[in-house]
Write a protein that binds this ligand. Structure first.
Ligand code: NAP
Length: 290
């Protein structure tokens, strides 16, 4: 099936539920990976990681125009605020400014809704077809939502077997926000591929472990963004995710849901922002649920 399954966004458009991740792909590799995914493997969704970066929260339209021009397109289907953190645009580094003590140069009195107002403005101008957030916890969304005219269409989060964020998913559902799973395979050198429970389910249905990891997330109603620059994996991730979605039972999904709460919880992507984002299971932040 070209494009694979889709999920309806609150903007009214359908998003292909399987998208190709591109983070950490080398420049020469990513071109061929995207070309292969679109022409050979059936993908219709590329997460090109050109989200609004944290040093650009105060000039959203200019930053977006730079991305549109770099991509050679007139609009984006979906534009996200990468992190709900505003970094000093006049700091000592264009992307990761720091203070003299080495901590990140965060502008603490810039509320997220001021960034969002500008996101709504570029949506209104037609430069993007939908807008969303990334790395936004319930705490951040509770700060943002009272100020919005347009509810974020998606929240792109670290979501995988060992970081399933069950409570946050329930909250997003209650607000009509679709979850997008980044690092769905557990990112680079992931322990998820050899999980024994996943192996058992994979054997039962003659699937690969990767298929089960992706099918599990699809079955829970999220978009998955597996990254690969390897053609065989780009294809098998797409086809295998769909096969697993069709085969996994409600009981399989419920059993997989229990793994993280029973001790396998593991968050991988934890940049040292020095700001409490309100996530559980982020050491040093908020309630630590083990
Ligand atoms: N919003 C955010 O802050 C944020 C943060 C992180 C990621 N993301 C997005 O989410 C995407 C995915 O996350 P990710 O790149 O961290 O990790 P991922 O997709 O969970 O894992 C990627 C790793 O798995 C390998 N892999 C892929 N398919 C495989 C297979 N079938 N069997 C074995 N290994 C396989 C890849 O290797 P090869 O490439 O060598 O095949 C790569 O090393 C990113 O690319 C990016 O677009 C967003």
């Amino acid at each position: 099936m070209a494009g694979g399954p889709t999920i309806k966004l609150n903007s009214g458009t359908e998003i292909p539920a399987i998208g190709l991740g591109t983070w950490q792909s080398k420049p020469e590799e990513v071109i061929s990976a995207v070309e292969y995914a679109l022409k050979e493997a059936g993908y219709r969704h590329i997460d090109c990681a050109c989200k609004l970066w944290s040093t650009r929260h105060q000039d959203v339209e200019v930053a977006l125009d730079e991305s549109l021009s770099a991509l050679g397109v007139e609009y984006l289907d979906l534009y996200l605020v990468h992190w709900p953190i505003c970094l000093n645009p006049k700091g000592n580094h264009p992307n990761f400014p720091t203070r003299p003590d080495g901590t990140r140069d965060v502008i603490h009195d810039w509320p997220i809704w001021k960034t969002w107002e500008q996101m709504e403005a570029v949506l209104k101008k037609g430069k993007v077809k939908a807008i969303g957030v990334s790395n936004a916890s319930e705490k951040i969304l509770e700060e943002l939502l009272p100020h919005v005219s347009v509810v974020p269409a998606v929240d792109q989060l670290e979501l995988h077997l060992y970081n399933p964020q069950h409570e946050l998913l329930d909250y997003l559902k209650s607000k009509g926000i679709v979850a997008q799973a980044y690092s769905p395979l557990g990112s680079t050198n992931s322990p998820l591929h050899t999980d024994e429970h996943v192996t058992d389910i994979a054997k039962k249905y003659e699937l690969s472990n990767t298929d089960v990891l992706l099918g599990y997330l699809l079955a829970k109603g999220m978009v998955v963004l597996p990254k690969s620059v390897t053609p065989a994996r780009i294809s098998s991730n797409f086809e295998g995710a769909i096969a697993a979605l069709n085969k996994l039972s409600k009981e399989d999904v419920e059993a997989l849901d229990k793994l993280a709460p029973s001790g396998k919880q593991k968050r991988i992507i934890m940049p040292p922002w020095g700001v409490d984002l309100g996530f559980r299971n982020w050491p040093g932040q908020s309630p630590l649920i083990l």
